[in-house]
Design a protein around this ligand. Structure first.
Ligand code: BDR
Ligand code: CA
Length: 313
């Protein structure tokens, strides 16, 4: 598997899990502008992999802005440094000297087995990859992306941040003809680690587990974001749990389209849950749409236990 991320508090949680899970082989990590600027994302990603004891996984710098619009970092959520301003050390190494798209192509086509790609960020790198090197799809098993929503948004009332940040890139992914699982806000917000577990992690003597605890305590996704409750959402890490243990995610195969028009719906993922297609589709007006396995239900306890067992070893 390969993770494309914008580290990011919860992207960091995803990396800590991915390097520890015995059933997952993390071949590479690619970085894109999102929660913070791309150089900050690279720095944060390398630091997290250092802390996780994974200094050999190649990390590449990718797009510094979305395809059309300027970057709009989420510092109000992830702090000035994109990592909760935890004061983490500078990384001990540099990214590889090829760009993210080149590394993605090399790792996907060089893999002896089909690769699962896990974007936990705006989809700019993935769109550039699919347009520049479409042949990669022959060795992609599935793309499990964190993004979108079938209901309420977070960046806007209807749009989720990763899709909203680069809607055109999300549209490229959704029409690429690959197998896609959407791990959207409908499940993303539900997987919360209880405060007692977070406190235990924070007290761990092991660096990776301790960092996971600090990140979970920072993440303002728990039931009481402004209070003292240290419970914290797994966020992007849930998408990696869904790759490690797909049975914990309840999905439905549905048409998904991204709203691209300017205005209040831009970046919305329109998930068609109607039992039958409407008039326009029946009479040939259907647009290019991919059927996506949309995550609508999640076994919260199962993923929390999976995460803790993996990160605490
Ligand atoms: C997504 O946006 C980012 O802030 C998080 O890292 C996550 O990938 C949630 O909408
Ligand atoms: Ca992210």
């Amino acid at each position: 598997m390969i993770i494309d991320c914008d580290t990011g508090v919860d992207d960091a949680l995803a990396l800590l899990f991915a390097v520890r899970h015995p059933g997952l082989e993390l071949r590479a990590v690619t970085c894109v502008a999102g929660n913070t600027d791309v150089d900050g994302v690279v720095r944060n990603t390398l630091t997290v992999l250092d802390q996780a004891g994974a200094p050999d996984i190649p990390v590449a710098r990718g797009a510094e802005r979305p395809l059309i619009e300027p970057a709009r970092p989420a510092r109000h959520v992830h702090g000035q440094d994109g990592m909760g301003d935890l004061g983490l050390p500078a990384p001990a190494r540099r990214p590889v000297d090829v760009d993210a798209v080149t590394l993605l192509r090399r790792e996907i086509l060089g893999s002896p087995r089909p690769v699962t790609l896990i974007p936990t960020a705006p989809l700019t790198n993935i769109a550039l990859l699919l347009r520049t090197h479409p042949e990669v799809t022959r060795n992609i098993e599935r793309i499990v992306f964190m993004g979108g929503t079938a209901g309420t948004g977070n960046a806007t009332p209807v749009a989720e941040f990763n899709v909203w940040h680069d809607p055109e890139a999300a549209a490229v992914l959704l029409t690429a003809g690959v197998s896609i699982t959407m791990y959207g806000l409908d499940v993303f917000t539900r997987v919360v680690v209880p405060g007692a577990d977070v406190q235990r992690l924070r007290a761990s003597t092991e660096a990776g587990a301790r960092l996971a605890g600090e990140l979970l305590a920072h993440r303002p996704a728990g039931p009481d974001p402004d209070g003292d409750d240290p419970s914290g959402g797994l966020g992007d890490a849930g998408a990696v749990c869904a790759v490690a243990d797909p049975a914990g995610l309840g999905t439905r195969r549905l048409p998904v389209e991204v709203a691209l028009a300017p205005g209040p719906t831009r970046g919305q993922t329109i998930v068609d849950r109607r039992p039958r297609p409407g008039e326009a589709e029946i009479h040939g007006g259907i647009r290019e749409q991919t059927l996506v396995d949309v995550g609508l239900d999640v076994d919260v306890d199962r993923y929390v236990r999976l995460y803790l067992n993996t990160v605490e070893g």
